[in-house]
Design a protein around this ligand. Structure first.
Ligand SMILES: *Cc1c(COP(=O)(O)O)cnc(C)c1O
Length: 392
């Protein structure tokens, strides 16, 4: 057999271009000469070198999310938590102080309470629905504030305008996790955010088959810091995951619109049912922050709703078991409706008393509404309610 060289590959020439972004799993990219590589590293020409530093599938995905958020140079990370970590550890140093919303995503809260203090970064939690209370937590050394616009699972709406104002006045970087709300409802850079991030895992990718994050900053200086931290700590996403997420994003706008419409219908339906103590949906008249939801979310209530059953764990068990075809699963933003029970999952570590303070009882469920037909979904919830009633 004739000896051959392993790597000089070439694609067959084609005058036409593929309709779908090619999947490029290459870890390394070959340059012609050391001079050519120099030109790349010096920024005179564009080119990839090593996948941890960037690759085409991540960039294609990032540009799509940039377009939705109205920014440029966003970075894709291997998970949403990687994006949260990049913001907190990439932009802060020992001696700094960070203020976080008191109902942040569970792991973000844990990072605030456990990991940052261990690294010499002090933290405080404050209620983001009250900008004055939030500002009261600021100290001279406060460097950064991290908030989510809609809280989990009680769906309270942050006073984004108020918080942005105090952050600006005090020179504090405002970081907004826009996962729950999505750029379909709000683009936080327009409200004064310095950094915006996502768990792309959720609504943006939308099919529960990739774990990814995205983060972008308002200035090139911040972007550079985030980029270097992400590349150094190896938060790089897999090209295949980026490719899948890009495919999922093609239908993001349609999915969001449909799921939101159904979520509103489901909320209105449940609110009238026996055995339902209360329903939480941001744009309903009985929501505590409805006026702010109209302003901040442009009246778009989103795909998330929560409700509380009469009774306790027995009723919750009966409901989840009888609502057949609705996955009882700890995620959100999937094409299928998913149900989560904060008392036994996301908020179990809090303890019953702290949960009660947030209004999270054993009968409390959070629903991420998917793409089922509304009629079928409502019928399934009714099955669950009947079973819960029978268990009373
Ligand atoms: C899921 C989620 C995260 C974490 O994202 P992963 O992709 O699971 O790492 C962060 N923030 C919010 C609001 C989330 O819902």
């Amino acid at each position: 057999m004739k000896p051959t060289l392993m790597r000089p590959v070439g694609l067959p020439p084609s005058a036409s271009t593929p309709l779908v972004t090619p999947l490029m799993p290459a870890v390394a990219y070959a340059s012609e000469t050391p001079d050519a590589l120099d030109a790349q590293y010096d920024g005179h020409v564009r080119g990839y070198t090593y996948a941890r530093e960037g690759h085409p599938n991540a960039d294609v995905l990032a540009r799509r999310i940039d377009a939705l958020e109205g920014c440029s140079d966003g970075l894709v990370t291997g998970s949403g938590m990687a994006a949260v970590t990049a913001a907190l550890l990439g932009l802060c140093r020992s001696g700094d102080h960070v203020v976080g919303g008191d109902q942040l995503y569970g792991r973000s809260l844990r990072m605030m309470k456990e990991d940052l203090p261990r690294l010499g970064i002090a933290t405080s939690m404050a209620d983001p629905t009250d900008a004055a209370a939030f500002a009261a937590a600021f100290r001279p050394e406060t460097r950064l504030a991290l908030i989510e616009v809609v809280s989990n699972p009680t769906l309270r709406i942050a006073d984004l305008a108020g918080i942005a104002e105090v952050c600006k006045a005090r020179g504090v970087l405002l970081v907004v996790d826009n996962t729950f709300t999505t750029p379909a409802a709000i683009t936080p850079f327009d409200w004064g955010a310095d950094v915006v991030l996502h768990s792309v895992t959720k609504l943006l990718a939308g099919h529960s088959d990739v774990t990814l994050g995205w983060i972008a900053a308002k200035t090139p200086e911040l972007t550079r810091k985030l980029y270097d931290f992400i590349v150094t700590t190896g938060m790089t996403p897999s090209p295949f995951d980026c490719w899948l997420a890009e495919r999922g994003m093609l239908s993001f706008g349609l999915r969001f619109a449909h799921a939101q419409q159904t979520a509103r219908r489901l909320a209105d339906h449940l609110a009238g049912q026996k055995g339902v103590r209360r329903v939480l949906y941001p744009t309903r008249d009985d929501h505590p922050d409805r006026a702010r939801a109209q302003r901040v979310l442009r009246g778009l209530g989103g795909n998330m709703m929560s409700f509380e059953l009469d009774g306790g764990r027995a009723q919750a068990n009966a409901f989840a078991a009888a609502a057949k075809g609705i996955a009882f699963a700890p995620t959100l933003g999937d094409v299928g409706t998913t149900l989560s029970h904060p008392a036994s999952s996301s908020h179990r570590a809090l303890g019953a008393e702290a949960r009660a303070g947030l209004g999270i009882t054993e009968g409390f469920f959070r629903v991420s509404v998917g793409l089922e037909e509304a009629e079928a979904l409502i019928a399934t919830f009714d099955d669950g309610l009947r079973a819960a009633g029978a268990a009373a």
